[in-house]
Design a protein around this ligand. Structure first.
Ligand code: UDP
Length: 249
């Protein structure tokens, strides 16, 4: 497999073509950005950690019947994925109020959201990824209304499985962002990554509102011990995955 023809370089990953047009390789970088890349830095070992966490979560979701782009993880910071056409939407699911929801609505940080909120943001850096309404989604025509309904349903299914999984790791899945793609057979599949870069994760073993943060908010808000937090998430995921696989065998 030659994986050297760079197709695209994003903020956190580089995509390479392979000999098979149906298969791409995603290289997870240590580069960290926040606030639409206004803040930049490096999180040591982030590429490997996010690749490993995403691998385990994609496999878990596949086992639960959620189609994903994951094919294989041949190297610690590289993932083989199905080539898909990315839907230019960021689908955010929220179980607990944080981030832009608090800033834009005044809802207090930490307020439980039940039923979970599903929000669609336009994936467009120049526009600053704006929140879209249903009517704006229709106006922009970025996806059919059937696709939007399916994205919502898939996002809620992912939320159910991931919330349960993270709870079993003593972690609250506060909110997260998903991206989807359309595969060559027309199926909608979960794409991108699921990691502490794209999820808010709060440690249930900590009560302090800063110490409990195990995700990119440590980088965004200069809370320190960013690497430590990412490592701890991976450790808990690995522990839990091992327990689950021992239970099966
Ligand atoms: N998120 C992401 N990429 C983005 C924007 C948000 O992965 O470009 C994730 C973020 O980490 C959080 C969730 O989506 O888990 C909701 O983010 P929010 O809308 O609260 O925005 P933020 O406060 O991060 O600006």
């Amino acid at each position: 497999m030659s994986a050297d023809r760079k197709l695209y370089e994003g903020k956190a990953k580089i995509l390479y073509a392979t000999d098979d047009p149906e298969v791409l390789v995603a290289h997870f970088k240590d580069d960290a950005t926040a606030f639409n890349a206004a803040k930049r830095g490096t999180i040591v070992r982030k590429g490997e950690i996010n690749c490993a966490i995403s691998t385990h979560l994609f496999r878990l979701l596949e086992a639960c019947g959620v189609p994903t782009h994951w094919l294989d993880t041949p190297e610690s910071d590289r993932m083989k994925v199905k080539a898909v056409e990315i839907v230019p939407l960021e689908v955010v699911v929220r179980n607990v109020a944080a981030g832009s929801l608090c800033r834009q609505t005044g809802i207090a940080l930490g307020t439980e959201i039940d039923p979970p909120l599903v929000e669609f943001f336009y994936k467009n850096d120049e526009l600053g990824d704006p929140l879209l309404t249903r009517d704006r989604l229709r106006l922009l025509n970025v996806a059919t209304s059937e696709t939007i309904d399916r994205l919502r349903e898939l996002a809620l299914t992912v939320n159910r499985h991931l919330s349960e999984f993270f709870a079993s790791c003593d972690i609250t899945l506060v909110d997260f962002k998903l991206e989807f793609g359309i595969a060559s057979d027309g199926r909608i599949v979960l794409a991108d990554e699921i990691s502490p870069d794209t999820c808010r994760l709060w440690d249930r073993r900590e009560t302090d509102s800063e110490r409990r943060v195990m995700d990119k908010d440590r980088f965004r808000q200069d809370l320190g011990q960013v690497e430590d937090a990412y490592e701890r998430v991976l450790e808990r995921v690995l522990e839990r995955v091992e327990t689950l696989s021992n239970a099966v065998t």
